[in-house]
Design a protein around this ligand. Structure first.
Ligand code: MN
Length: 733
């Protein structure tokens, strides 16, 4: 602890921290160094007693990472987060503490970096390991992309973390070195390239190269330095000539530097493109940096006056920037000694972007955040990997191909990123944001342009929804939505909407039945009374439930009316006594009625288990009607003497019943229904399917059942199939 307080004082500051503070003060004299010191103290206290593999105190690592972040000209928040990047993962300090001490934004970044940590792979066979590695890389890449999209600074810190780990790789066991170097080459260097952070990209590559191919690294290093020595003179001559010409034209502020090629890129040329070392001429290149972009072309003219340009080797990335924002003029000329010489010309701000990429957007000089236009480009850049061959490794390409063949990443107007299944639409997006939003959506703008809701979203799209509070989803949506989540939410909605219709239908039928039975609906259908009544039925809690089940044919009207009669007798005997007296108790029959033939009435197709009555015809036997069948009711008024009460127990005989199923039209649905019927041993004597508008279908099925109980079981099961909207028993009354 004592050390901690001392570090705030002068003189006792460790080297790394002193360097960090100096870098920051140079970049911005008014920087809040006290805040950086506070972060340092917290990290130091947290990591106290921990050591790196090399034996150094652990705190040296976050300090060096912060130094790298600062050298990329990142903002103060990034430096603070870099100092704290390992405390949550490796020490007892919680994210809440970080938040309390340094605010939400820093906590977010630290949390982001922490989440990007990859888990160690389990012991496994080579093949399992390779598969696990790919899966893990895809998963971590997904995390990185989401984290980056939310705050690119998280990724910059992660890259700085990797860079310092690569610099100190030697202290790890050889096997681990190789694995980390490979991962660096496969994932991190290409990501750095994609973000345009060239400074980090080439360092990562050269360090990985050194680990993976130590002999070649050594050889190329020696040859480059030797050849550089030989060419030094020529380069000096060239620099002098150019300097003189620039001065003559008044371009005194232009600076000329020469730059060695990076070792890994030379190695790649030798190995991949099979170019002999002797033929790699552009080992050195010159770079001219000017203030204004029009001066770039002026310098280009001067260069081409001095030396003969090599045909076809001029690139204007100022007029046509690279996708990651890189701008520069590139030309190759025959230099003073007769050898090819590459020259790059750019402005100072172009140079910053070239070296620091997206990090440049966060530099002290340019203010805090990228303006929205810049972000849009960044998003595209992050998520459009399809045509990328320059900056991705094969491995990363495979992983991203896997990743992006299953998912797309899209943005809310506020910049939050969501990953959705591939080929998702604005409707999927809406349900993902909030189920309410999905139900209220009437239109969508993608990247500012109105599009049909069925439009497939692409990586990096910014989706803005247009909603209306009284909007209603369309059944068409079921046709194009991709996410299971949106599908189930929509289905629920349609079920509910359909239920409203069932409730209305059931209520009407029930009230009609009550009136026919002489009960005034107003006396019994009040909400409170119905609540008591509903408890007499399974799956019913209130009037709506009872009405819905009547409407769906799961409770027969006559059954409900009879139950109500009984209910009244129990609870309101006075009302009950005023009712018309119920029919006298019934004659019991089975199979036939005293050898008299009987038929089921076509109007109500009653079943054993239902309350029924018989109509004695003249010479054509007895017709069985449901007790509340409207036709039977009419007969009761004119020929009541021919109606006889019956009881109809189940005796193994099956009777046909017509069902109507309304469902979303999808393949396999008929099969699902048939399966259910088969499983419950219910015969089907006919089934027709009609496709309706709105992607629904109507299935008319005739099933053969023994009694009401079996019918209700079958209807329940079919009603529970996910795409079934409603199922009705058809009555022709
Ligand atoms: Mn770290």
């Amino acid at each position: 602890m004592a050390i901690v307080t001392e570090t705030a004082g002068r003189g006792d500051v460790p080297d790394g921290l002193a360097q960090l503070l100096e870098t920051i003060r140079n970049q911005r004299p008014d920087a809040d160094t006290e805040r950086i010191l506070r972060a340092y103290r917290l990290a130091e206290r947290a990591h106290e007693g921990q050591a790196r593999r090399s034996g150094e105190p652990y705190i040296t690592h976050p300090v060096e990472v912060a130094n790298i972040v600062a050298s990329l000209h990142m903002d103060e928040d990034s430096v603070v987060a870099a100092l704290l990047h390992d405390v949550v993962e490796d020490t007892s300090v919680s994210l809440e503490t970080v938040k309390a001490d340094f605010g939400q934004e820093i906590a977010h970044m630290v949390g982001g970096v922490t989440k990007l940590k990859l888990n160690a792979l389990p012991d496994a066979t080579d093949r399992q390991r390779a598969a696990a590695e790919t899966a893990r890389a895809a998963e971590s890449l997904r995390k990185m992309l989401l984290a980056m999209a939310q705050d690119v600074r998280v990724m910059v810190i992660k890259l700085a973390d990797r860079l310092h780990n690569m610099r100190t790789l030697a202290s790890l066991p050889p096997e681990k070195q190789v694995r980390i170097a490979n991962e660096t080459l496969d994932v991190y260097a290409p990501l750095a390239a994609r973000l345009g952070i060239w400074q980090v990209k080439w360092q990562l590559e050269d360090l990985a190269f050194k680990t993976l191919h130590p002999h070649e690294f050594q050889e190329i290093t020696e040859r480059v330095s030797k050849s550089r020595h030989q060419r030094e003179e020529e380069l000096q001559t060239a620099t002098h000539m150019l300097r003189t010409s620039l001065d003559e034209r008044g371009l005194k502020s232009a600076s000329i530097t020469s730059r060695p090629k990076h070792l890994f890129s030379i190695f790649n040329k030798i190995v991949k493109q099979e170019i002999p070392f002797e033929e790699i001429y552009d080992l050195q290149a010159m770079r001219v940096i000017v203030e204004e972009s029009h001066e770039c072309y002026l310098v280009l003219g001067i260069v081409h006056e001095l030396w003969l340009p090599m045909p076809g080797l001029f690139y204007d990335y100022i007029a046509m920037p690279k996708p990651n924002g890189y701008q520069s003029l590139h030309t190759k000329v025959i230099g003073p000694g007769g050898d090819p010489l590459e020259i790059q010309i750019r402005t100072r701000s172009m140079h910053e972007i070239a070296e620091y990429g997206v990090a440049a957007h966060y530099s002290y000089k340019e203010g805090k955040k990228v303006e929205s236009g810049g972000f849009e480009n960044l998003r595209r850049q992050l998520f459009d990997w399809s045509s990328d061959s320059r900056t991705s490794s094969d491995f990363l390409r495979t992983v991203t191909t896997d990743l992006f063949s299953e998912q797309v990443f899209v943005f809310t107007p506020k910049g939050d990123v969501l990953d959705l299944p591939k080929e998702s639409t604005a409707v999927d997006f809406a349900f993902r944001v909030h189920s309410d939003l999905g139900l209220k959506t009437v239109g969508a703008r993608v990247n500012g342009i109105m599009v049909p809701l069925s439009t497939t979203l692409q990586n990096g799209d910014v989706v803005e929804l247009i909603t209306r509070s009284n909007a209603q989803p369309s059944l068409d949506w079921m046709e194009f939505i991709k996410s299971a989540d949106a599908r189930s939410k929509l289905r629920n909605y349609f079920r509910k909407r359909n239920r409203a219709e069932s409730v209305a239908r059931g209520k009407e039928a029930f009230e009609k039945g009550l009136r026919t039975a002489g009960i005034d609906p107003k006396l019994v259908t009040g909400e409170d009374r119905m609540k008591e009544f509903a408890k007499l039925f399974t799956h019913c809690e209130n009037a709506q439930d009872v009405f819905a089940r009547i409407g769906e044919g799961l409770i027969s009207v006559q059954g409900a009316v009879e139950k109500m009669r009984g209910h009244l007798r129990e609870t309101q005997p006075e009302t009950y006594l005023k009712l018309r007296a119920p029919s006298k108790e019934a004659t019991i029959v089975a199979g036939g009625i005293d050898n008299v033939m009987f038929r089921r009435a076509k109007c109500c197709s009653p079943l054993p288990g239902e309350e029924v009555q018989g109509y004695v015809t003249r010479g054509r036997g007895i017709i069985i009607h449901g007790r509340m069948c409207p036709n039977a009711m009419r007969l009761a008024e004119t020929e009541s003497e021919r109606l006889i009460p019956l009881e109809w127990p189940e005796d193994g005989t099956v009777y046909p019943v017509e069902l109507k199923v309304i469902c979303l039209n999808r393949q396999g649905l008929l099969m699902d229904i048939s399966t259910i019927l088969g499983e419950s041993k219910t015969n089907v004597s006919g089934m027709t399917v009609r496709t309706l508008a709105n992607h629904t279908a109507e299935i008319d099925a005739t099933v053969e059942v023994r009694d009401l109980t079996q019918l209700q079981a079958v209807m329940n099961k079919i009603g529970n199939i996910s795409d079934v909207i409603s199922i009705l028993r058809v009555m022709r009354g």
